[in-house]
Design a protein around this ligand. Structure first.
Ligand SMILES: [Zn+2]
Length: 186
C-alpha cells in the first residue's frame, strides 16, 4: 500500500496529492469462493482468472476504469475485473504481448465497487490498448445504474476523496484483523 504523494500537478501547476487507485486483485466470483474452491477450481494470475465449475467455465481479465471528477485535475482510477466470453478471452490471451492489438470486447463488470449497491449487472465495452497497458472499461450508457450515471456525469472531488478514505479504512481494519486483504491500494 503506497502513501499519497505530493506532486506538482501538470494541469494546474500546484502541489497536491496524487490519489491512489481503487484496485482489486481478483473478481468477486473468486473472492467469494471458499479457500478450498480457490485451490481446486480457480486459476488466478495478475491479469486473468479462470474458474472451472463442473458445468461451466468463467473467465475474467483485469482492466482499468477512469471516473471523471468534475472539480479536480485528476480522475479517480479503478482497477476492476470483467468477465469475457471464451472467444474474447482467448483472443486477449493470444494477443497479450501484441503491441498493435486494439480491439473491443463485450464484458460484465465483476467487482463490488465501494460506494455503490452493485445489485444488477453492468455491461461494458472493454478496449484493449496494445503494449503493457491494461484494457479500459467503458460501461454501457443506456443502463440505469447509479455507477453508470456517475461515470457519465462525473463525481465531485469530495465524493472521490470520501470513497478513497472508505476503502483505506476497510483495508486497515482487515489488516489489523490479520485476514488477507482482498483488495490492494497503491
Ligand atoms: Zn492540479
Amino acid at each position: 500500500m503506497g502513501k499519497a504523494t505530493q506532486n506538482i500537478c501538470n494541469i494546474c501547476g500546484k502541489m497536491h496529492e496524487e490519489w491512489p487507485a481503487i484496485t482489486f486483485d481478483s473478481p468477486s466470483h473468486y473472492i467469494n469462493l471458499s479457500e478450498e474452491d480457490k485451490k481446486n477450481l480457480a486459476l488466478l494470475k495478475d491479469d486473468f482468472c479462470i474458474i472451472s465449475w463442473p458445468d461451466q467455465t468463467d473467465r475474467f481479465i483485469r482492466c482499468t476504469l477512469s471516473q471523471t471528477v468534475v472539480d479536480h485535475c485528476d480522475n479517480l482510477e479503478y482497477g476492476l475485473w470483467v468477465s469475457l466470453s471464451e472467444k474474447s478471452f482467448r483472443d486477449y490471451i493470444d494477443n497479450f504481448s501484441n503491441e498493435h492489438h486494439e480491439v473491443t470486447y463485450f464484458g460484465w463488470l465483476c467487482n463490488d465497487i465501494p460506494g455503490y449497491d452493485m445489485d444488477g449487472n453492468i455491461p461494458a465495452n472493454v478496449l484493449t490498448r496494445g503494449g503493457t497497458a491494461r484494457p479500459e472499461i467503458i460501461p454501457h450508457k443506456e443502463v440505469d445504474h447509479p455507477f453508470i450515471k456517475d461515470y457519465y456525469n462525473g463525481i465531485t472531488k469530495a465524493t472521490a476523496e470520501k470513497r478513497i478514505q472508505d476503502v483505506l479504512s476497510v483495508v486497515s481494519k482487515r489488516n489489523k484483523s490479520k485476514s488477507k486483504p482482498w483488495w490492494k491500494i497503491w
